[in-house]
Write a new protein. Structure first.
Length: 148
């Protein structure tokens, strides 16, 4: 009985050692740890703090202190491409939007009216937008524990 058990264990060990194949595992680095930026919107301007971060994922935490409902968009400096946007944010409320910046450069954080019609959403807002600068890519979060 003992030799039979030993034989079964030996065959099982040989079978298990043959598994795994020869394909190499692509160990891709993690993205950088997300950075939180505070966005404050009032009746006259948009403020962002900090104004400069490295490329990678950024979480914009938006607080609307304006008297009207506003929405916030993050765009390229030329205003051509929208990278992220919040929905309507009521006065004294907050929202957040995440953008993964891959290209260094200047970007605009702008507020716009959140009205019922599409025409009212695309009219120019009297609120002055904020500018942020995205620098070189931040290092990978591969060496940090307890990260997503």
């Amino acid at each position: 009985m003992r030799s039979r058990t030993f034989g079964i264990l030996a065959v099982g060990a040989l079978a298990a050692s043959g598994c795994g194949g020869g394909a190499k595992f692509a160990n891709k680095p993690r993205p950088p740890t997300p950075v939180n930026l505070s966005v404050y919107v009032n009746n006259t301007r948009v403020s962002v703090s900090p104004r400069e971060v490295g490329a990678g994922p950024v979480i914009f935490i938006v607080s609307n202190a304006a008297v009207r409902t506003e929405s916030v968009t993050i765009q390229t400096a030329g205003g051509g491409q929208t990278l992220g946007a919040t929905g309507p944010i009521n006065p004294q409320a907050t929202a957040q939007v995440t953008v993964d910046f891959r290209t260094p450069g200047d970007y605009v954080v702008a507020a716009g009216r959140s009205g019922g019609s599409q025409a009212s959403q695309f009219t120019r807002s009297p609120i002055t937008p904020a500018k942020i600068h995205i620098g070189p890519p931040r290092p990978s979060a591969s060496d940090q524990l307890l990260q997503p």
